[in-house]
Design a protein around this ligand. Structure first.
Ligand code: IPD
Ligand code: CA
Length: 273
């Protein structure tokens, strides 16, 4: 199979499974409050649909591509031999989902040894599915998307998110005391993958967060990059779950400077959620 045909096959599979999982969760949430519990801290929620969606997606991946590795937020850790690794966040924005707020997503990405190859972020409450293929572009419901055109920090609408450990949140709040006065405004919408897609289509000008999981970042960061965004850590090295800044290129240097002024990069404790 040619590289292009493999990318197409991976994308089609991810779109199908993300769509089916999104429908399962969306219809389930319409029927009422899901059963829920907590994970790493008392604020880190998991619902019956996080688990059901991961089962649906992982079952589909194992059937279609039994030799691939799979990493899923709700515990899947399959080793593979094909060189392809899937990253699955069955529901990104579980708190939004629980409270019946819009903006949660199903996020699926596939990587080869050179990095992310395809990404899909399905946002059923918005009726939107974002897709990207490395080197070929990014789309919302099949239409090409690109980052916004703001060039001045003071005009930038900046999204961010918070982790689940009180200690991490204290540091994240401290960063905001420098960032918020310097930009147009700040949004905390509640799902990292969707924040990244919003950078990709210009609904926000930038997004930064520390302490993500690989499944939060994988698909959305590819969508953002393929739409023209720069994705780095706070110091300008390649983005990683511990630190991500996704922004239109024109704002990158100013935002990195602002984060440095705010005290970032911070020292990361890998044990904090
Ligand atoms: C969370 C969301 C949130 C971000 C957190 C993530 P989850 O993912 O993406 O926006 O701020 O850092 O953990 O727990 O809802 O899958
Ligand atoms: Ca999740």
């Amino acid at each position: 199979m040619s590289a292009g045909a493999l990318d197409d096959a991976l994308l089609d599979l991810a779109v199908d499974l993300a769509g089916r999982a999104a429908a399962l969760a969306f219809e389930g949430r319409r029927r009422g409050m899901p059963a829920a519990g907590t994970k790493s801290t008392g604020t880190d929620m998991v619902t019956e649909f996080d688990r059901a969606c991961e089962s649906l997606i992982v079952g589909g991946l194992r059937t279609a591509r039994p030799d691939d590795a799979i990493v899923g937020e709700e515990g899947t850790a399959d080793r593979g031999s094909s060189g392809i690794t899937w990253f699955v966040d069955p529901i990104d924005g579980t708190t939004n989902f629980l409270y019946d707020l819009p903006g949660w997503a199903v996020s699926i990405a596939a990587a080869d040894p050179d990095g992310m190859v395809i990404g899909v972020v399905a946002v059923p409450s918005l009726g939107e599915t974002y897709t990207a293929v490395r080197g070929r572009g990014a789309w919302r419901n099949g239409e090409p998307i690109s980052v916004g055109s703001v060039t001045h920090l003071g005009e930038a609408l900046v999204a961010t998110g918070f982790g689940y450990a009180p200690e991490r949140r204290r540091r994240q709040a401290a960063l905001l005391t420098t960032v918020l006065p310097a930009v147009r405004d700040v949004r905390r919408l509640g799902a990292a993958s969707v924040d990244l897609c919003h950078v990709a289509c210009g609904r926000v000008d930038a997004y930064f967060e520390e302490g993500l999981g690989p499944w939060d970042l994988a698909a959305g960061a590819l969508v953002a990059r393929e739409a023209g965004a720069v994705t780095t850590d706070f110091a300008g090295a390649p983005a990683r779950p511990e630190e991500v800044l996704a922004t239109s290129p024109a704002l990158a240097a100013a935002l990195r400077g602002l984060l440095a002024e705010a005290g970032a990069p911070v020292r990361h404790d890998p044990h904090l959620p």
